[in-house]
Design a protein around this ligand. Structure first.
Ligand code: HEM
Length: 136
């Protein structure tokens, strides 16, 4: 089992390689929106350039969350509230689809992606996703 520091480092470096070009998040949204009609419907009115900037920032927040930095909770709370039943109404089940599409895009765009990198992505995301789901 890799340490959480090592997972954070692997995830951060992989994310940097993925986001060095513009196409990683385009590919993620292409995969995610075609994976389910429910997902496509949710993003019907989305301004994607803005959405991609916000998603990228939130992926870095996942590292701080995984490291137990409480300062980040306020930002994540706002994002979680936006995804909750009362607002966007994102069901808990959609998060595993979201993560699988994100990891598939990372596999395609990170030239150094390995099974260890995938474990790091899953480990860093797990806490943030659990947080979002628990605020549904
Ligand atoms: C941990 C996982 C996720 C993270 C970190 C995340 C992050 C974000 C962020 C930062 C925003 C922008 C919020 C704002 O406007 O202030 C957003 C919006 C949104 N997210 Fe997520 N998200 C996640 C999972 C999901 C999932 C599973 C869905 C399922 C469909 C989803 C659907 C949406 C939609 C529909 C919007 C609004 C788009 C719009 O403004 O038109 N998200 N997300």
């Amino acid at each position: 089992m890799i340490t959480s520091d090592r997972a954070a480092e692997l995830f951060n470096d992989s994310l940097e390689r993925c986001t060095a070009g513009d196409e990683f998040l385009d590919r993620f949204y292409e995969l995610f929106l075609t994976s389910s009609r429910e997902v496509a419907e949710k993003f019907r009115h989305t301004d994607f350039p803005k959405q991609k900037r916000m998603l990228k920032a939130s992926l870095y927040m996942m590292i701080l969350m995984a490291e137990g930095k409480s300062e980040i909770q306020k930002d994540l709370q706002r994002i979680a509230k936006r995804h909750s039943r009362a607002d966007l109404d994102i069901r808990a089940e959609l998060y595993s689809l979201w993560l699988d599409c994100l990891i598939q895009a990372a596999r395609e765009f990170d030239p150094r992606f390995t099974p260890e990198t995938e474990m790091a992505w899953r480990r860093i995301m797990a806490q943030g996703i659990a947080f979002m789901q628990s605020h549904y």
